[in-house]
Design a protein around this ligand. Structure first.
Ligand SMILES: Nc1ncnc2c1ncn2[C@@H]1O[C@H](COP(=O)(O)OP(=O)(O)OP(=O)(O)O)[C@@H](O)[C@H]1O
Ligand SMILES: [Mg+2]
Length: 337
């Protein structure tokens, strides 16, 4: 038996054929019910333009979903148009923002470090950036970005005000848990938390990019991201080691399956330079980044050396060091320059 919640989730991610936006974005699901007596779905949908030529095909698709995939006996469907006001306000702001998730498959490969450095570098290039630390199991962005863990303030209309550091606006699950205990939330709670981060944060009005530090693996968070921001692009981080890179490929394919565009691969901890001779030592093997990029059919955006930042900070590199320049190059590729 499909529950009403599951049914709603299936329909929310469908796109209004006349606008290309999901019903989640447009709020176009006016009514959704299950007529259990007749095993029938009753649905009222508001579209940008219910008379658009694509709507016919959409109805066929929807009927197939309800009757064949979800095994209901019938669908009673009514269509109407969104109000002019709704059409105007449909996440207009959201549309301009480019979301980029940083994923890795395996933990500990430097995902949070890469996310934070990319955000800071983009900010240095004059881009307005936000950073969501969505790693609910081990949020580390506050530590990487040197931010004190405290509860963010709210606005009068109950939006969360992000903290700001080095020109980056930051929000993290860590700000909402006591004593930095890992979160053991699952399912709906988790989904709610992420939804808050996407809908209820008071980012600066002119924010252009939001980077998301995703938890390792390809679990439920990936699915949540897909349903909340289907347009989210991805960057895959790996280390050169073959085992780690195989898991990175898996994460990449997972993201591809969810229709996310993969921008490219970042190889971290590629080599270590000996202090004496500066010779490159390949501590974790070689070729992982190239391999992941090849298998996913995307570019290798850059290779970072194993090195502590020289400027005294424990995670953020300056533009006067090797890794800082690699990050600059990756940031430019992201911007399409
Ligand atoms: N290029 C590098 N050179 C030296 N140390 C690095 C480098 N990249 C990351 N580190 C260090 O490695 C550790 C793990 O990095 P980080 O926390 O960014 O990984 P992660 O993939 O986000 O891990 P987790 O799975 O725990 O979220 C940190 O201590 C970080 O400072
Ligand atoms: Mg991390």
């Amino acid at each position: 038996m499909v529950t009403i919640q599951e049914l709603r989730e299936k329909i929310e991610v469908l796109r209004d054929p006349s606008s290309g936006k999901t019903f989640k974005e447009t709020g176009g699901i006016r009514h959704l019910g299950i007529d259990t007596e007749n095993n029938r779905v009753v649905l009222i949908l508001a579209l940008e333009n219910k008379d658009a030529p694509e709507v016919k095909q959409f109805k066929v698709h929807l009927t197939k979903l309800i009757k064949i995939d979800l095994k209901f006996s019938g669908l009673k469907l009514e269509l109407e148009d969104l109000t002019p006001k709704e059409k105007g306000t449909v996440l207009d702001k959201e549309k301009k923002i480019r979301y980029i998730g940083i994923a890795s498959g395996k933990g500990g490969v430097g995902k949070s470090t890469v996310t934070a450095n990319l955000a800071v570098t983009l900010a240095k290039l004059g881009v307005k950036v936000g950073l969501i630390d969505a790693d609910i199991y081990g949020p580390s962005i506050p530590s990487v970005m040197d931010l004190e863990i405290k509860l963010p303030k709210g606005t009068d209309d109950e939006k969360i005000i992000p903290f700001e550091k080095w020109g980056v606006q930051v929000i993290s699950t860590a700000f909402f848990i006591e004593n930095n205990r890992p979160l053991m939330w699952r399912g709906p709670m988790l989904h709610k938390m992420l939804q808050h981060f996407f809908y209820d944060v008071k980012w600066d009005d002119d924010i252009e990019y939001i980077l998301i530090d995703l938890p390792p693996g390809t679990g439920d968070v990936a699915l949540d991201i897909q349903s909340i921001i289907p347009q989210c692009e991805m960057i895959i981080v790996t280390i050169p080691h073959p085992t780690a890179s195989q898991i990175a490929v898996k994460a990449g394919f997972g993201a591809k399956q969810l229709n996310h565009k993969i921008l490219g691969v970042v190889e971290n901890m590629s080599f270590f330079r000996t202090p004496e001779t500066s010779a490159e030592v390949y501590l974790f093997g070689q070729g992982g980044g190239e391999e992941v990029a090849k298998q996913l059919g995307v570019p290798l955006l850059g290779k970072l050396e194993l090195a502590q930042p020289r400027n005294g900070h424990h995670s953020i590199y300056g533009l006067d060091e090797y890794n800082g320049l690699v990050y600059l190059n990756i940031a430019k590729q992201i911007l399409g320059k």
